[in-house]
Design a protein around this ligand. Structure first.
Ligand SMILES: Cc1cc2nc3c(=O)[nH]c(=O)nc-3n(C[C@H](O)[C@H](O)[C@H](O)COP(=O)(O)OP(=O)(O)OC[C@H]3O[C@@H](n4cnc5c(N)ncnc54)[C@H](O)[C@@H]3O)c2cc1C
Length: 387
C-alpha cells in the first residue's frame, strides 16, 4: 500500500474514551490507515480506583494501564506529547515537542482540565486531581513520606462524586500517615453530589459526619494560607485538593472547531464534531449538541465502542452508530472503608457488598486492558519520549 493512499488517523488522548478504540484496532486492523496515539503520558490511571489507592486498598500498579503495549497491538505509533493546538480546517495538530502532526481523521479525547482559577493564589498548597498521574506522584511526595511532615489540614474543594470519594479516602490515608489531623470538604450545597438521588446524598453526608470530615457548604477562593469561604469563614489548609470539575482545554478556543460557550467540543450523537466531519470527540472534552450528558468515566468508556465503529465507518467499513446512554446509570460511591453506596435508578443501598461489586467491576475493567496479547502486524514502537 502506498503511503499517499493511506489515511492518517490520529487518536489524541490515551484515557478512558480511547481504550475501546485501541482494543478495536488490535482485534481488527483499520483498512488502509496509518495510526497514531498522541498522549501526555505512557500510563493512564483508571480514575474509579484512585480513591481506593489513596485509602491503601490498591497498589499503583493495580490501576495503571500501560498504553505502550496497547498501542503496539493496535498498530498505532505512540507519540508521548501534549496536543497544544489544533487547526481543524488544515487538519493539523501542534504538539508540545514542536512538531506538527497532519491527519485525515482525528479523534479527540484529551479529557478536561481541573479548573483551579479561583484557588490559584494558594500556590504550593494546591493539588489538582488532574492530570491524574501527576496527582498520584504529587500525593506520594506530600503524604507518603517518612521524613517530611505530612499536611495536618487537608481540604477537598468540590462536592461531585470524585471530591466526596477523595475526602473519604484522604481521611483514611491521612490518619494512617499522620495520626491526628483534619479533613474537610468545601462545596456549594446545591453541587453536593448533584444529579444523585437524595438518599445517596443523605447517606454520604451521614458517612462524612461519622468520619469527622467537616462539610462547608460555600464557594471557596484560594488565599496564601488556605481558603476564604463565601460565608466569610477562613479555612486554614496545608493541602488543598482541587476536585472542582472539568474545564475545556484552552487551546480548543483557537481551533476553529464548533465549541459551546464554555469551550467544549460540540458533537452530535455519532460523536462527530458538528462543524468538521473529519473530527470526532468523546469523554470530558465534549458537550452533546442534542442532549445533556454529564461528564463521567461511564459515558467516556461507553462512547468508546461507538467512536471505534464510527472511525471505521468514516474509512468506509461498517455503519455509523449513535451513542445512546442508558436510561439509568449504575453509581457506586466508595466510602473509604471497603463500603460503598450503590444506586441504580430508584434502588439505593449501602454496605460491603456494594464495595465488592465496585472492586470487581473496576479490577475487571483494568484487567481487560492490561492482559497481554500479540502485536498486530505493522505495529510500531514509541517514537518520541518524555521522561
Ligand atoms: C479522582 C477521580 C475519580 C473519578 N471516579 C469516577 C468514577 O468512579 N466513575 C466515573 O464514571 N467517573 C469518574 N471520574 C471521572 C472520569 O475520570 C472522567 O470522566 C473520565 O476520565 C473522562 O475520560 P476521558 O477519556 O475524556 O479523559 P481521561 O480519562 O482523563 O483521559 C485523557 C487522556 O488524555 C491525555 N491528555 C491530556 N491532555 C492532553 C493533551 N493536551 N495532549 C495529549 N494528551 C493529553 C491524558 O494523559 C489521558 O491519557 C473520576 C474522576 C476523578 C478525578
Amino acid at each position: 500500500m502506498h503511503s499517499q493512499s493511506m489515511k492518517r488517523v490520529v487518536l489524541a488522548g490515551g484515557g478512558h474514551a480511547h481504550l475501546a478504540v485501541l482494543a478495536d484496532w488490535a482485534r481488527k486492523p483499520l483498512p488502509a490507515a496509518r495510526r497514531w496515539l498522541v498522549t501526555s503520558s505512557r500510563y493512564t490511571a483508571y480514575s474509579g480506583m484512585v480513591p481506593g489507592w489513596l485509602a491503601g486498598f490498591y497498589s499503583a500498579d493495580d490501576l495503571m494501564i500501560d498504553l505502550a503495549p496497547l498501542a503496539e497491538r493496535a498498530g498505532a505509533e505512540l507519540v508521548l506529547a501534549d496536543v497544544i493546538g489544533l487547526d481543524a480546517e488544515k487538519r493539523k495538530l501542534a504538539l508540545s515537542t514542536g512538531e506538527t502532526l497532519e491527519f485525515d481523521l482525528l479523534s479527540l479525547a484529551t479529557g478536561g482540565e481541573t479548573d483551579t482559577s479561583a484557588l490559584a493564589v494558594a500556590g504550593q498548597r494546591l493539588l489538582p486531581v488532574r492530570p491524574m498521574c501527576g496527582f498520584i506522584a504529587e500525593w506520594r511526595g506530600r503524604i507518603a513520606t517518612d521524613t517530611g511532615s505530612p499536611p495536618q489540614e487537608i481540604v477537598v474543594v468540590g462536592g461531585g462524586a470524585a471530591g466526596v470519594e477523595l475526602a473519604f479516602a484522604i481521611c483514611v490515608a491521612h490518619r494512617r500517615a499522620a495520626g491526628m489531623g483534619r479533613v474537610s470538604i468545601v462545596t456549594p450545597e446545591e453541587r453536593f453530589l448533584a444529579g444523585h438521588d437524595e438518599r445517596v446524598q443523605a447517606l454520604a453526608k451521614c458517612a462524612l459526619l461519622e468520619r469527622g470530615i467537616t462539610m462547608h457548604f460555600a464557594h471557596a477562593v484560594g488565599t496564601e494560607g488556605g481558603l476564604l469561604l463565601s460565608n466569610g469563614r477562613f479555612l486554614a489548609a496545608d493541602c488543598i485538593v482541587a476536585a472542582t470539575g472539568s474545564r475545556a482545554p484552552l487551546w480548543l478556543a483557537q481551533s476553529g472547531l464548533a465549541c459551546t460557550p464554555e469551550g467544549f467540543v460540540a458533537v452530535g450523537p455519532d460523536m462527530r464534531s458538528t462543524s468538521h466531519d473529519a473530527i470526532f470527540a468523546a469523554g470530558d472534552i465534549i458537550e452533546r449538541a442534542d442532549r445533556r450528558l454529564e461528564r463521567s468515566g461511564v459515558h467516556a468508556v461507553k462512547a468508546g465502542p461507538v467512536l471505534a465503529a464510527n472511525l471505521r465507518a468514516a474509512l468506509g467499513q461498517g455503519a455509523v452508530q449513535r451513542y445512546k446512554p442508558r436510561r439509568r446509570t449504575l453509581y457506586l460511591l466508595a466510602l473509604g472503608d471497603r463500603r460503598a453506596i450503590f444506586s441504580w435508578g430508584p434502588i439505593v443501598g449501602t454496605g460491603r457488598w456494594a464495595w465488592r461489586l465496585k472492586d470487581w467491576i473496576d479490577r475487571s475493567f483494568v484487567r481487560r486492558y492490561t492482559s497481554h496479547g500479540s502485536a498486530a502486524p505493522g505495529a510500531t514502537t514509541t517514537r518520541r519520549g518524555k521522561p
